[in-house]
Each structure stands twice: as structure tokens, then as C-alpha cells.
Design a protein around this ligand. Structure first.
Ligand code: UDX
Length: 433
């Protein structure tokens, strides 16, 4: 079976490459000729461990084709829509790219075709697309499926090939039979498939992401309580997470959540609730909780560094989490801005060497952690890269003139830093700096 994919961004490219890896012939279309040209030459625009290797194999085996002409998909019986659905200022999702791709597709259909909405879309989108196509010649050839992704950036290939579950929202038997064929490699591995209606599949995606975002916001608040109670967040999360009803994942405190999904999806769900007159108090509280954490940590950072006469701050980790080059909605952006606005010189470094940094700041990234520390008075650890975890406390003690470390990820142990005379401000533990 040939699979079509429209949109080769984070989700589309991982989806296309992994289906090719699983043995399907995949035809990918995108409106960006440069992106297509790079992919045809094996150059990928995203930092995803493992992706380049499997794309190279698929390209070599002629299993994946990249093009800008949507007519390349006209013989595909199943076509994944994986275009961007960026947030509008009011929190609603901008579906312009999706509807444009959908319209282009419906104009070329000549056979029963399953259109699979892989993009994250508001509840009711499949219904809206069906209504949009009604009256067109192709409407009786259209089978719209909702198949949300649950890929974490930096783990996307693993998450695609080893999902906890596959969610398929469908309406027709033909759609179900085609999707059974598409996901046959997963059912043979006993990976559960949730067969449901479109609206439920759409709501599963938003509910999962909003729940995970809420968990993170929740544990960040518990972390603040630990600091006041002279408790230790790592022991609290272990004690809480051992409850099988809770589990230990997504209970790690940090600077606040970011990324292109948690904020966008949480706001989109709030927008849907408001539109339908549902007073979703808990869901509405997630983003304000996250935003106030980022603000209060930024203010505390500035206060602490000012009190100790710091001028130059080494800021280690600028992406929204480790193992990615993505800075979208990263909590580091307002934090670095606050430091600069308060007169500090920021020496930022990130192991991903992300090119996105220059979109937000006109200061360059340092070439290494040591270079960032070289003239610094104090340092901030903002992401949990392994590279940072391996840095000895002695290095910070020797480099930092005012010997202060603000560890936003709890990467280090306070004791190791106290032992070398560095004031350590961790999170979720008694504050001694
Ligand atoms: C998320 C969902 O996990 C994924 O299923 C969905 O498809 C897309 O959105 P992603 O945004 O890539 O994936 O990142 P994730 O690893 O989930 O982390 C999201 C944010 O929460 C990051 O800022 C991360 O630092 C933060 N986080 C996560 C914590 O602060 N603590 C945790 O315990 C887990």
C-alpha cells in the first residue's frame, strides 16, 4: 500500500519515515521547496535521534518520495494530513494550512480515499471537514479519520514505533479496514488500537496533553511547598509516584513546561470549553500556574544575582527541554529576557547549538559550557542535558566568580556544590542560596 503524507514538519516527517521503515512506500508533499530539496538529499531540518539513519535507508531503498506537487498523491488510498495548526492569539487553532491541504486533496480524488488527520486539531474538526466537502463531487469518496500523535520531541522515532496505544477515530467500515492495514505492524506487536469516533479521538489528544501539562504544573507547585516545608521533592515524588494509580512519570519539577504542544493544546482546550460554555476550572488553571512559575523564578533569579553583585550570568540550556533544538514557548525565553532587561550580561549555551536562539535574542550562543562559564559570576541550569550532569561541581567553583548556581532542573546535588563552596539554589529542596 502506498501512504501519502502532506506536511513534512516534526510530525509529518517522523510519520513518513517510520512508515517507510515499517515497509510501506511513502509519498510526501510539502509546499516548502527548500525543505523538499533538503529531504531529497537526506538533510533533515529537525533534531530527532535516529531519524536521519532511517530516512537515509528509506531514501536509498527508494521507499520514500518527496515532492511539492500534490498530484503525486493521487493514487494513494490513504493520505495523512500533518500540516501545522498554530495557535491564534485567542488560543483557538489556526486551521488555514489544514483546510488548504484538504481542499487541494479533495480536488484530485478519483477513488475511495482515507484522509487521516494526524495534525492536532480542535474537537469537531473532522465534522467540519466533512461539511466542507459536502456537495463536492469527491465527497462520497472521502473517509475522514482522526489519528492523533503522542510523540515527544527528542523521542519521536521511539514513540512512533513503540506507542502505548494507537487512537483511530473513524466513521466508515472502509476507513477502518484501511487503517487496520496501515497499523498492522503494530497490532502484530500487541499494541492496543483504540477504535472510536472522530470527536473522541480528537478529545483524547487534547485531554492527554492537558493532563500531562497539569501534572507538571502540579508537581512544580508541590516543589514550592517542599521548599517551605524543608522537605525534599525527589523523595516526595518517589513516595507519590510509587502509587500505581499515579505513577512516577511527569512528576519532575522544572522551570515550567514549554514546547510547541503543551501550551498550545492546553489553550486550545480552554478555548473549546469557553466556546461550549463549560466552566473547566482545573484546565483553565494550568497555563496561569505555569506562567506564574516562570515569572516568579525569573524574578528570584534577578534578585539573587543582584544581591550577590553578579554582572555576568552563564545560562546553560536554552531549549524547552533536553535532547531537542526546539525553543518554541521555552520558559528560558522570558527568563533570559528578564536577566537582560535587569542589566545582566547573559552568556547562553545549548548542546543542540539551536539556530532558533537568534530569533529571540541578538546575543550569540557560546560554543561550549566552559566558554559560557569563563567570565561568569553565576550560572543557571535550565535543561537536563546529560552533558550538564557530567560537569563536576569543582568546575563551577573554579569558574564562577560569585560562586552561585541556580539549578532549575535539580540536575545536581546541593551537597556536592556546598562542599566546594558554591551557593546552590536547587528546586524543591530547602533554599540555602
Ligand atoms: C508533549 C507530549 O509528551 C506528547 O505526547 C505530545 O505528542 C506532544 O507534546 P513534548 O512537548 O515534545 O511532548 O515534550 P515533553 O517531553 O512531554 O515535555 C513537555 C514539557 O514538560 C517540557 O517543557 C518538559 O521540560 C516539561 N516536563 C516534562 C517537566 O517539566 N517535567 C516532567 O516530568 C515532564
Amino acid at each position: 500500500m502506498e501512504i501519502g503524507v502532506i506536511g513534512v514538519g516534526y510530525v509529518g516527517l517522523v510519520t513518513a519515515t517510520c512508515f517507510a521503515y515499517l515497509g510501506f512506500k511513502v509519498r510526501c508533499v510539502d509546499v516548502d521547496p527548500d525543505k523538499i530539496h533538503n529531504l531529497q538529499n537526506g538533510r533533515i531540518p529537525i533534531h530527532e535521534p535516529g531519524l536521519e539513519e532511517i530516512l537515509h535507508k528509506a531514501n536509498k531503498a527508494g521507499q520514500v518520495l518527496f515532492a511539492t506537487d500534490i498530484n503525486e498523491l493521487k493514487n494513494c488510498k490513504v493520505i495523512f494530513l500533518a500540516v501545522g495548526t498554530p495557535p491564534n492569539p485567542d488560543g483557538s487553532s489556526n486551521l488555514t494550512f489544514l483546510t488548504q491541504a484538504f481542499d487541494d486533496l479533495t480536488n484530485l480524488l478519483t477513488q475511495d480515499t482515507v484522509i487521516v488527520v494526524k495534525s492536532t486539531v480542535p474537537v469537531g474538526t473532522a465534522k467540519m471537514l466533512r461539511e466542507r466537502a459536502s456537495g463536492r463531487d469527491a465527497s462520497n469518496l472521502l473517509h475522514i479519520v482522526s489519528n492523533p500523535e503522542f510523540l515527544r520531541e527528542g523521542n519521536a522515532v521511539h514513540d512512533f514505533l513503540n506507542p502505548d496505544r494507537v487512537v483511530v477515530g473513524y466513521e466508515s467500515d472502509l476507513a477502518k479496514s484501511i487503517m487496520k492495514e496501515v497499523y498492522a505492524p503494530f497490532t502484530s506487536k500487541d499494541i492496543p488500537i483504540v477504535w472510536t469516533c472522530n470527536a473522541s479521538a480528537e478529545l483524547i489528544k487534547y485531554s492527554a496533553n492537558a493532563y500531562l501539562a497539569m501534572r507538571v504544573a502540579f508537581i512544580n507547585e508541590v516543589s514550592d511547598l517542599c521548599e517551605q516545608a524543608n522537605a525534599d521533592i525527589s523523595e516526595v515524588t518517589r513516595g507519590v509516584g510509587l502509587d500505581h494509580r499515579i505513577g512516577r512519570h511527569y512528576l519532575h519539577p522544572g522551570p515550567g513546561f514549554g514546547g510547541s504542544c503543551f501550551p498550545k493544546d492546553t489553550l486550545s482546550l480552554v478555548h473549546f470549553a469557553n466556546q461550549r460554555g463549560v466552566d473547566a476550572k482545573i484546565i483553565k488553571s494550568i497555563m496561569p500556574s505555569n506562567e506564574s512559575r516562570i515569572k516568579s523564578l525569573s524574578e528570584e533569579m534577578c534578585r539573587l544575582f543582584k544581591e550577590h553583585g553578579c554582572k555576568v550570568i552563564a545560562f546553560l540550556g536554552v531549549t524547552f527541554k533536553a535532547n531537542t533544538d526546539d525553543m518554541r514557548d521555552s520558559p528560558t525565553i522570558p527568563m533570559i529576557k528578564a536577566l537582560i532587561d535587569n542589566g545582566f550580561e547573559v552568556m547562553a549555551y545549548d548542546p543542540s547549538k539551536t539556530e532558533q536562539f537568534s530569533q529571540y535574542f541578538n546575543i550569540g550562543l557560546q560554543n561550549s559550557a566552559e566558554e559560557a562559564l569563563h567570565r561568569a559570576d553565576a550560572a543557571v541550569i535550565a535543561t537536563e542535558w546529560s552533558e550538564f550532569k557530567l560537569m563536576p561541581a569543582e568546575l563551577f567553583a573554579s569558574k564562577l566568580k560569585r560562586k552561585i548556581l541556580f539549578d532549575l532542573r535539580g540536575v545536581f546535588s546541593a551537597e556536592a556544590f556546598r562542599a566546594v563552596g558554591v551557593k546552590y539554589r536547587g528546586i524543591g529542596r530547602k533554599i540555602d542560596a
